[in-house]
Design a protein around this ligand. Sequence first.
Ligand SMILES: [Fe+2]
Length: 162
Amino acid sequence: MAMRPTRHDLPAEARATLVSILNERLADAVVLATHAKQAHWNVRGPSFIALHELFDDVAAKAHGHADLIAERAAALGGVALGDARSAAARTVLADYPADIVSGNGHVEALAGALGAFAKGVRGSIAKAGELGDEASADVLTEIVRETDQLLWFVEAHLHADR
Ligand SMILES: [Fe+2]
């Protein structure tokens, strides 16, 4: 994908690599947001309202993360690839199962997606640092910190009382 002319001082080659890394994470964030909405819409069971609201919060935060990542790619002179079809084709996230109903089932599926997204972001922080882009590393660090917290909130529902 061609880069746009910019006065950004990082070397063009490094910026192109950074944009392709950011687009990988953008694909995951876009798909994660749709997975959280899928859970929000379809969850049933005794914890309905807590999970319904938590899953909507995950969707909103993932959507915000997609925005941060895409706009960082644009700021580097790149083209953000964040449409649904492109994101679905490139994401590392597993498909969201269509037949889940129970709260636990959705919690397990969304926890898996959050964990996979966080793992990708964490790996990209180090790569951004190696490429001399502390600002992208900072954006991604903020995102992974918030994603780790969301994973905690979601996984907390798996705790069995005894
Ligand atoms: Fe809703």
